[in-house]
Write a protein that binds this ligand. Structure first.
Ligand SMILES: Cc1cc2nc3c(=O)[nH]c(=O)nc-3n(C[C@H](O)[C@H](O)[C@H](O)COP(=O)(O)OP(=O)(O)OC[C@H]3O[C@@H](n4cnc5c(N)ncnc54)[C@H](O)[C@@H]3O)c2cc1C
Length: 505
């Protein structure tokens, strides 16, 4: 999303852009994959702020020449199910959200209001933080002090710390932080700013791309092509070429060199410095500094194909979160190669085909479902380096057990789906590593902790002239975060032209 946004934006500003993608499909986490009769998204379930009511929505519309359409997930976009039958819906308006929280926690109305006020405050403060990201390196320190000052307070505080200061009710704290799955860091570790930004992001509900998430690449890269640029897939960058201290192009796997006046890496900042910088530059202080930032956890996803009336079995357009605990620190499902698997404590379930008004279920009523939970990369790391689809029996057995366990847990919650299950397969962090190549198979790249936001090098301008960074690691996680990271990169490359372009928004 970051790279495609930069490419589309620079195309609008008159540049000719070449997009290089290692996968055989473009899109990164917005790509889709198929099996006979079914198509799934791999990283897009709910995106906020994409309508004409928000600036990001207007920008996206302009970048895609109005070709990308979004559809609402409805009045409830996330439904949370906690132990003891406690359910709370996250609706599509701030007033309804407040109402649901106060109804569930009637003695905590003041805490709810204080939380919502803090969320608004962070959103305003973050503007300065982003502007400070794009100034030239020699101004960065001053800009951080002057412009990002307001945001700094929230970036430095951890979510748990802020929530504890607001309410003594542990259940309310868990509910308020229950969307941490959208940014991949538990309350004791995450910066409160990211919690607030995600809360704000979904304040007016969530949306899904009409036609599925593959439409995002089709429309953004279409704009690149119409401006004379193009996209090459199965084009893996092996090294960024640096001559006389300046980035001048890239070398692809196979040896081909591509030269360009500007090189923008949207592969993730850590992945870029670790894998693509020339050997001699990898020991620099700034490189070691970004490399020290830990990644968010990895994930597994169960991809399901159904034949039948899934709505009658309880499937809806809203995402269903099944929590088996009130402990919001319970992050990873501890999977292991041997023995029985424990239960996963959190399941995120989504039925993408129901969200898409252009989906034709056909006579057999074909629908798709996805079940996601977090897992540690360490449980899969030993198979890195094995070949996709040829990773060995032990790995295949583990995948099978993961599939069985996730499916069993879903069917306990929605038993009427059982006879409709027609297809089930699991992706692991190694699938993520193979198709998107984030560090440590991470679901969201660098973990959004205070340390990450404090790092002075996560900016679109790298210390190497001619080399820029785009994507979620220079802004924040998610489709909209990566888009912001893409816009920042384009603005760093073409500041004046970008400013003129933004003025028209
Ligand atoms: C399971 C899951 C669910 C998600 N759900 C949501 C959601 O509901 N809402 C939401 O907003 N966000 C969601 N996200 C997050 C969102 O998809 C990502 O944060 C965002 O798309 C990341 O964009 P990016 O551009 O930063 O990185 P990426 O999409 O990772 O892009 C990096 C690109 O670089 C390419 N690359 C890497 N190395 C090389 C190389 N050497 N040569 C060439 N190309 C290379 C990769 O193949 C990839 O295409 C989800 C993510 C996952 C995994």
């Amino acid at each position: 999303m970051g790279g495609m946004t930069t490419a589309a934006m620079l195309s609008k500003l008159g540049r000719r852009v070449l997009v290089l993608e290692q996968h055989y499909l473009p899109g990164g986490f917005t790509h889709t994959f198929r099996r006979p009769g079914y198509t799934w998204d791999v990283g897009v379930h709910a995106v906020g702020e994409v309508t004409e009511h928000s600036i990001s929505g207007r920008i996206l519309a302009r970048l895609t020449d109005d070709r990308l359409r979004w559809t609402t997930l409805g009045s409830v976009y996330d439904a949370f199910h906690f132990p003891d039958g406690f359910r709370i819906d996250f609706p599509d308006s701030p007033e309804a959200f407040r109402h649901n929280l106060v109804e569930a926690f009637p003695t905590q109305a003041a805490a709810v209001d204080a939380y919502l006020a803090k969320v608004r405050e962070v959103a305003t403060g973050m503007r300065g933080y982003y502007i400070a990201r794009i100034v030239p390196p020699w101004l960065a320190g001053v800009a951080d002090l002057a412009l990002a000052r307001k945001a700094r307070r929230f970036l430095e505080q951890r979510t748990a710390q802020v929530l504890e200061s607001l309410t003594p009710d542990p259940r309310l704290r868990t509910v308020l932080a229950s969307q941490w799955g959208y940014y991949g860091s538990v309350p004791s570790r995450s910066s409160f700013a990211i919690q607030a930004m995600v809360s704000r992001h979904f304040a007016h509900g969530a949306y899904y791309p009409v036609g599925g998430s593959g439409e995002i690449a089709r429309t953004l890269l279409g704009s690149v092509e119409r401006a004379g640029g193009w996209t090459r897939t199965s084009a893996s960058v092996e090294e960024i070429l640096v001559e006389g201290g300046r980035a001048v192009g890239v070398r692809l796997e196979g040896g081909e060199q591509v030269r360009a006046p500007v090189v923008i890496s949207a592969a993730g900042v850590v992945a870029t410095v670790r894998r693509m910088l020339p050997e001699g530059l990898r020991g620099a202080e700034w490189v070691r500094s970004v490399e020290s930032l830990p990644p968010a956890s990895a994930h597994v996803c169960l991809y399901l194909g159904f034949k039948g009336d899934v709505r009658s079995a309880g499937a809806t357009t809203s995402n269903q979160w099944f929590w088996e605990t009130w402990d919001s620190e319970a992050d990873c499902w501890p999977v292991r190669a041997e023995g029985a698997l424990d239960r996963a404590s959190i399941l995120y379930c989504s039925f993408p085909s129901l969200k898409d008004p252009s989906h034709d279920p056909g006579a057999e009523q074909r629908h798709t479902g996805e079940v996601i939970t977090f897992v540690p990369w360490s449980a899969f790391e030993k198979w890195r380096g094995t070949r996709w689809k040829h990773r060995g029996q032990e790995y295949d057995d583990l995948k099978e057990r993961i599939k069985d366990q996730l499916l069993a847990q879903l069917l306990e919650r929605m038993p009427a789906l059982r006879p409709m299950v027609d297809h089930a397969e699991v992706s692991t962090p190694l699938s993520t590593d193979h198709f998107c190549r984030p560090i440590s198979g991470s679901i969201y790249g660098i973990e959004p902790t205070p340390e990450r936001f404090r790092n002075p090098w996560l900016r679109p301008r790298s210390p190497i002239p001619g080399l820029f960074f785009a994507g979620s690691e220079v802004a924040t996680v998610g489709v909209a975060g990566a888009m912001m990271g893409g816009l920042l990169a384009a603005a760093a490359v073409e500041p004046l032209a970008a400013l003129r372009w933004f003025r028209g928004m």
